[in-house]
Design a binder for this molecule. Structure first.
Ligand SMILES: Cc1cc2nc3c(=O)[nH]c(=O)nc-3n(C[C@H](O)[C@H](O)[C@H](O)COP(=O)(O)OP(=O)(O)OC[C@H]3O[C@@H](n4cnc5c(N)ncnc54)[C@H](O)[C@@H]3O)c2cc1C
Length: 295
């Protein structure tokens, strides 16, 4: 097995284009090293991207933030601007593994690993994040919900590298949140995860909402009907009941030792209500929605 650690993105793309056989990109390594140790994968080339400075930073862009593919979950949760603008995304990253895991793990790796239970992905989908991929034919910008295609599968071509994830600016009075259910208090895989982002007007009426569910289908789901249940409401009991019904109706989960189909389906609705209430509270507390500004 050949290991390469290029220092530029161009160098990484060219190594990837020239490679024959099976190549794996290594970011934090918290999935891939486990897979290597378990002999589930046997790549010919490991391409480590953590020495590429350009992908190891968080930068402000158009009122939002560009998160490089090498940025660790700890960098993300310690970034005040991201915490202020997209607290749900930051808190999802802050649930991944332990402090030690978060020191290495990236949200890019969380997405590219293709797990339907990946914690950061529902929050990113709710946030309308855009993924930047770089390959021999140039740059592709793809909505994050179009990346996972099945368990362990993504729409990223073998010759492409995920360069960064863009978290956009938000209108004023917007908020997001992420919650998951796990059987233990930490260090476990989500049985259900729910990410919601929403915007309220001056009368507290919801004008936009995105609801994403994790661990209840082959990929993370963007549930448009669930978002629609909130829009036009004051996030009142009727809207929350409708949200729960539509979220549960969208579930098509597996039955396993962590949770039955019935349990996951019910919990998706319960969690969606809780997440919507947190997101709405955050939206009410935010006056301008601009970076770093709070009420
Ligand atoms: C003890 C432990 C606890 C964990 N707990 C959780 C948890 O609570 N929630 C959770 O969601 N996950 C959890 N995980 C899984 C893992 O930590 C996360 O999925 C993590 O975010 C993966 O990021 P990484 O940077 O380490 O990815 P890596 O292991 O480096 O890569 C993961 C996959 O993505 C591909 N990849 C990485 N970067 C790129 C890129 N830039 N372009 C293209 N492909 C790329 C790799 O080739 C590989 O297939 C846990 C893992 C461990 C070991």
């Amino acid at each position: 097995m050949n290991y390469q650690a290029p220092t530029t993105i161009e160098g990484a793309v060219s190594l990837l284009s020239e490679a024959s056989g099976n190549t794996r990109i290594l970011a934090g390594g918290t999935d891939i090293i486990v897979q290597l140790n378990g002999e589930h994968i046997d790549p010919d080339l490991i391409l480590d991207i953590k020495r590429i400075n350009e992908v190891c930073n968080i930068s402000a862009e158009n009122g939002g933030f560009r998160i490089g593919a090498g940025v660790s979950c700890s960098q993300l949760t310690e970034h005040q601007g991201v915490m202020d603008l997209w607290p749900g995304c930051a808190e999802a990253a802050g649930l991944i593994g332990s402090t030690q895991v978060q020191g290495r793990a990236t949200i890019a790796g969380n997405l590219c690993n293709g797990s339907p239970a990946a914690d950061s992905v529902p929050a990113l989908v709710a946030a309308q994040a855009i993924v930047r991929l770089i390959g021999p034919d140039g740059i592709r910008e793809v909505p994050v919900e179009n990346i996972p295609t099945g368990p362990g599968q993504t729409s990223i071509a073998p010759s492409e590298i995920l360069h960064s994830i863009f978290l956009p600016s938000t209108p004023s009075r917007s908020g997001d949140a992420y919650l998951r259910f796990i059987p233990r208090t930490e260090m476990d895989i989500a049985v259900v995860g729910v990410g919601i982002s929403l915007t309220l007007d001056e009368s507290d009426i919801c004008t936009a909402a995105r609801v994403a569910l994790g661990a209840v289908a082959k990929t993370v789901l963007l549930v448009e009907e669930a978002g629609a249940a909130l829009i036009g409401s004051k996030i009142d009991d009727n809207a929350l009941d409708q949200l729960a019904l539509t979220a549960s109706a969208a579930c098509n989960p597996i039955d396993d030792k962590r949770g039955t189909i019935e349990f996951r389906t019910k919990i998706a609705g319960v969690l969606a209500k809780r997440v919507a209430l947190i997101a709405a509270q955050r939206a009410r507390e935010r006056v301008t929605g601009r970076i770093g500004e709070k009420s």
